[in-house]
Design a protein around this ligand. Structure first.
Ligand code: ADP
Length: 165
């Protein structure tokens, strides 16, 4: 079975992420969406909520998707999953530079690693989780960029008193 790990913060998952997952399913048998907890600093949407949104948004792909978290190094998580493949999406040259630095570092930690970098579908190239959160926090409609369960969650989340500051 060919497994690929898709690490990220998915804060929240967008159609851009989903497009990368869907295309990776054409190349691999299973995609593990992996939330790293070590660098997860004080996000305004909690990890468990983000993971649940991810599960619901990706439910349509059935058992070929797993959503998990890991607390240590990505390279150790990848090894524990009995694979060597890491998936990332690319939108801009800036993404590329960032990814390249990360992948060089990770390949120093484990030279066996293989990165699969998929360029985004151009219609999602401007979509980022940060922008989506900003729009939702200001009361805007994000249904063009995220799955309906995510849009509903964000609308409610930013209306509720615990986030109004
Ligand atoms: P991280 O905090 O690790 O960068 P993100 O959730 O922001 O986590 O991104 C996870 C991966 O998804 C990254 O490789 C990122 O480039 C990619 N990605 C984010 N948004 C898009 C998009 N709109 N289209 C394609 N790939 C994307």
């Amino acid at each position: 079975m060919r497994i690929i790990i898709y690490p990220g913060s998915f804060n929240p998952i967008t159609f851009g992420h989903m497009n990368i997952v869907e295309r990776a399913l054409g190349l691999f048998d299973k995609v593990v969406v992996a939330f790293g907890t070590a660098t997860d600093k004080n996000p305004d949407v909690f990890l468990d909520e983000r993971m649940e949104l991810c599960r619901q948004a990706l439910n349509q792909y059935g058992t070929r998707i797993e959503v998990e978290k890991f607390s240590g190094l990505l390279v150790d998580f990848v090894r524990a999953k009995n694979t060597k493949f890491i998936l990332r999406g690319l939108r801009t040259l800036m993404d590329y530079e960032y990814e390249f630095q990360m992948l060089e570092m990770n390949r120093h930690l484990d030279p066996e690693l293989e990165y699969v970098l998929l360029p985004t579908a151009s219609k999602w190239s401007f979509v980022s989780s940060t922008r989506v959160r900003e729009i939702a926090a200001l009361g805007g409609d994000v249904s063009e960029f995220v799955h309906p369960v995510v849009a509903q969650f964000l609308a409610k989340h930013y209306r509720s008193p615990h986030t109004s500051n």
